[in-house]
Design a protein around this ligand. Structure first.
Ligand SMILES: Nc1ncnc2c1ncn2[C@@H]1O[C@H](COP(=O)(O)OP(=O)(O)OP(=O)(O)O)[C@@H](O)[C@H]1O
Length: 275
């Protein structure tokens, strides 16, 4: 892996943005994530043929035919994706519904095994999603503490960061209430505030900025910029293309599980909007 990383750092093209970061941080510009001909296949059990879709008659027929379990179907969600991400990169992933964006993020986070190919990461990837595992029945306060511990922070680091997290999330007195009483925007803001309280080597953000208001978007973009300056790598999936354009220095456009285009945000977004 060390060999491959070294080799790729020499051959991988660098964008002007990453070169700028290189002057600020010695780590900037070296690879953090290498995705090599990645294929992800979901196996879906219970998918029947079109003619047999979920009605009582087809269930009865299956029982009579002694087909204990309906067929298994495969969904090939990511098909041969390859790229290299560097320290200091903020990479936007765009594409239509079902193009494989969330699947790619989950594979980089190590949550889905590759069917073929590989993902190499230098550092610990952390996935921040709208469904990230905070506990709804616990108060915001408890979730902040547990979330920080789960990210490996020490008790004194949690104490130090606590007020900043509450402040950043903007949830105010709601911090004393269970998260089940929060609006989806409040929950998303708290998740982002907790996850970004720590500098991550690789932070994967799936649509988490979609529910915030304008002020929160501004604050979170600022924080992503700080992470890039600290030479972390940020991946951002968002349907809001303005957020991608303002935050990212590279964009990957996925189409039906394959990379359709990759590179400068303006160029890729222009082509995407025309498609
Ligand atoms: N757990 C799963 N089991 C089976 N198939 C899945 C699963 N998750 C996603 N898929 C399928 O994989 C493909 C890619 O889905 P994915 O959620 O990665 O796309 P996406 O680009 O993030 O979509 P969206 O923009 O709607 O969130 C789709 O065809 C989807 O139906």
């Amino acid at each position: 892996m060390a060999e491959l990383t070294k080799e790729l750092s020499q051959v991988a093209p660098q964008t002007s943005e990453t070169q700028n970061h290189e002057t600020q941080n010695p780590k900037a510009g070296t690879p953090t994530v290498i995705v090599d001909d990645l294929h992800i296949v979901y196996k879906v059990y219970g998918s029947a043929g079109d003619a047999e879709k979920g009605n009582a008659a087809s269930a009865l027929m299956r029982i009579l035919r002694r087909q204990g379990r309906p067929q298994m179907k495969e969904v090939h969600a990511v098909k041969g994706v390859s790229f290299v991400a560097h320290h200091g990169d903020a990479i936007g992933i765009i594409g239509r519904n079902g193009s494989g964006k969330s699947t790619l993020l989950r594979a980089i986070a190590g949550l889905l095994p590759p069917h073929k190919g590989a993902v190499y990461t230098n550092g610990q990837p952390s996935l921040l999603g709208v469904n990230a595992a905070l506990m709804k029945e616990l108060t915001g306060e408890r979730n902040i503490i547990l979330g920080c511990y789960a990210m490996g922070m020490t008790p004194s680091e949690v104490r130090e960061k606590y007020d900043e997290i509450v402040d950043f999330s903007g949830i105010g007195d709601f911090v004393q209430f269970p998260m089940s009483t929060y609006s989806s925007g409040m929950g998303a803001r708290l998740r982002f505030a907790i996850s970004s309280a720590k500098t991550h080597d690789v932070l994967l953000i799936d649509e988490a900025l979609a529910t915030g208001d304008r002020d929160f978007k501004k604050k979170s973009q600022q924080r992503i910029k700080q992470m890039r300056d600290a030479a972390g790598t940020v991946f951002l999936v968002a349907h809001n293309l303005d957020v991608i354009e303002e935050t990212c220095n590279r964009v990957i456009w996925l189409h039906k599980g394959k990379i359709r285009m990759e590179g400068d945000p303006q160029e890729v977004l222009e082509a995407y909007n025309k498609a």
